[in-house]
Ligand binder design. Structure first.
Ligand code: FE
Ligand code: FE
Ligand code: ZN
Length: 278
């Protein structure tokens, strides 16, 4: 089984430059922001760039592309114009994703800003039901959150409650962030099997489509969401090694979101390849 490993890359120059960056550091998957992480207009899609990218991805046997929505996208804001922005951005992003069909689009479910988890879950599901279409080829992923502030989705059951309200469940999946679930209180350091059993019970492992592989600057349950380099945080290299080799996870694509530039990502990818079991 091939090891699908890569990292977050800058999308500034298009798909083909990202693919070259990925290849240069030994990655066969990558994540990118669909637009400035604080929002704003997305760059126009260049069909020649897409064509060259798809050829490169095929030649180098890339795994799935993971697009990440801007952080400012909050479907359960208490501000109607912020909710409208979330709707507009996701609608536009999913249309654009059809230029590279069959890939993954990840977003932070949102922060309910005092309206309560129940209201948050309803607003997130309402937006998704409004946007998801039977014809889309992209799978939209809910990211597991650290539980900072009023974030929705720091427990597997909250994600399940969103999923239960979705009219097109086959268009939805989950992206598990190792830093976030540790911060949210799941003991990935001492009890990965138990955490994954809980994930399977609450969500279903068949819905897990991608892993954000990050160490955390803070201990289990800190709810801080500060990523650390691999082996330089509280999770540590042994626990992260168990994650990349776990039989329930090892077929999935792993995306690093550690505080690194391209060369640092390359070093982490090289390290993880030595830690990956056949
Ligand atoms: Fe994220
Ligand atoms: Fe993440
Ligand atoms: Zn994070």
């Amino acid at each position: 089984m091939s090891f699908l490993i890569g990292c977050h890359l800058s999308a500034a120059k298009g798909f083909t430059p990202m693919a070259h960056d990925a290849i240069s550091i030994g990655a066969n998957v990558f994540q990118f922001f669909t637009r400035n992480p604080r929002g704003g207009k997305a760059k126009d899609i260049d069909p020649d760039d897409v064509k060259t990218f798809l050829e490169l991805a095929e030649k180098h046997q890339f795994g799935p592309l993971l697009a990440h929505a801007p952080y400012t996208l909050n479907p359960c804001s208490n501000n109607p114009s912020t909710r409208r922005f979330a709707h507009e951005v996701m609608t536009d992003d999913l249309l654009r994703m059809e230029h590279v069909p069959g890939n993954l689009y990840n977003f932070h479910p949102g922060s309910h800003v005092g309206q309560g988890v129940d209201a948050g879950i309803d607003m997130i599901a309402d937006m998704l039901n409004d946007i998801l279409s039977p014809k889309q080829t992209t799978t939209v992923l809910l990211e597991t959150m650290a539980g900072k502030g009023s974030e929705v989705g720091a427990t597997f059951t909250e994600l399940r409650r969103i999923m239960d309200k979705i009219a097109l469940p086959e268009k939805i999946g989950v992206c598990l962030d190792s830093c976030h679930i540790s911060d949210a209180g799941y003991d990935v350091i001492n009890d990965l099997d138990g955490v994954l059993a809980e994930f399977d019970r609450d969500i279903g492992l068949q819905h897990l489509k991608a892993i954000h592989l990050n160490d955390s600057l803070n201990p289990t349950g800190a709810r801080k969401d500060r990523h650390a380099k691999i082996g330089k945080g509280e999770i540590g290299v042994e626990a992260l090694t168990r994650i990349i080799n776990h039989p329930a996870l090892k077929h999935l694509p792993f995306y690093l979101e550690t505080p690194n530039e391209l060369d640092g990502y390359g070093e982490e990818i090289a390290l993880l390849k030595t830690l990956r079991q056949p």
